[in-house]
Write a protein that binds this ligand. Sequence first.
Ligand SMILES: N[C@@H](CCC(=O)N[C@@H](CSC=O)C(=O)NCC(=O)O)C(=O)O
Length: 303
Amino acid sequence: MSSTTAPEKLSTNASFDGELVKLSAPANSLGGLKTTFNVFLPRQALDGDKVPVLYYLAGLTCNEDTAPWKGGFLRDAAAEGIALVFPDTSPRGADIDGEDKDWDFGTGAGFYLTASKEPWKKHYNMYEFITSELPSLLAAASLPLDLSRSSIFGHSMGGHGALTLYLKSLLSTSPSTKYLSASAFAPIANPTQCPWGDKAFKGYLAGGLDEGKQYDATELVGQLKGKDGVDLKVLVDVGTGDQFYQQKQLLPENLIAARDAAGFSASQLAVNLHERYDHSYYFISTFAPAHIKFHAEVLKAAK
Ligand SMILES: N[C@@H](CCC(=O)N[C@@H](CSC=O)C(=O)NCC(=O)O)C(=O)O
């Protein structure tokens, strides 16, 4: 961790008595491409306390600025004294033919996996970046963060990312990052069974949908069945007025079925359906305080 070069600081904005810092660094896991990320530091961190960390993974077409601008997370994170980390959603500028053709594949659509297929595998490795290189960059930036207390949340493609990174960390004997809790707004909960996941996994992975099962929250919950000592701490909110829910891109019902079949309870993996809410950041910002509170309780209890 300590040999990583410190990221460059691009800007600082005071917010809710803390500050939002924008950082940039070349990322080895993204084939050396420069990536940019935001870190919200609460007042406690500015005063020198090492604060816990909550990563937010954004959805298709988004970047590191989408959630700080529109998510409504900063006020509650400031009140709870937790840091927020907002990475980008894909590498940028890999210069791959077709990379910018579709909004649901390529730029802005990294799907938080490790690509194994040409021509994507040199750059499209957001799984490695988020779980391994980003924590190293945060450490190299010498920010007052307690990286041993980390949790993760996200929206849509980023909700898929948050759930799968968390569940994969539970399944691994030596995870690069151990996340203490996960939550998701309108996640793509069973990507091997929906059009977005089908396109991404067949596009990025040499093994297609079969290889994609390791990045599928519904599959991973099934794999946790009977594993000793596993206690899930997961919160999911979905609006039934969500156009992508209605188009069967999200499939939370499959996640619920997998949870029940694996013997986990609704308090270990809560999936709440909300009438009228859609896929937008109006929905996210409505439930933002509940998600921050959910993670803050876990992160603070871990001190
Ligand atoms: N351009 C698309 C819509 C793209 C979209 O809705 N993106 C969502 C995430 S979808 C799953 O990952 C998003 O968060 N957008 C940003 C926002 O500010 O809402 C289309 O044409 O339908």
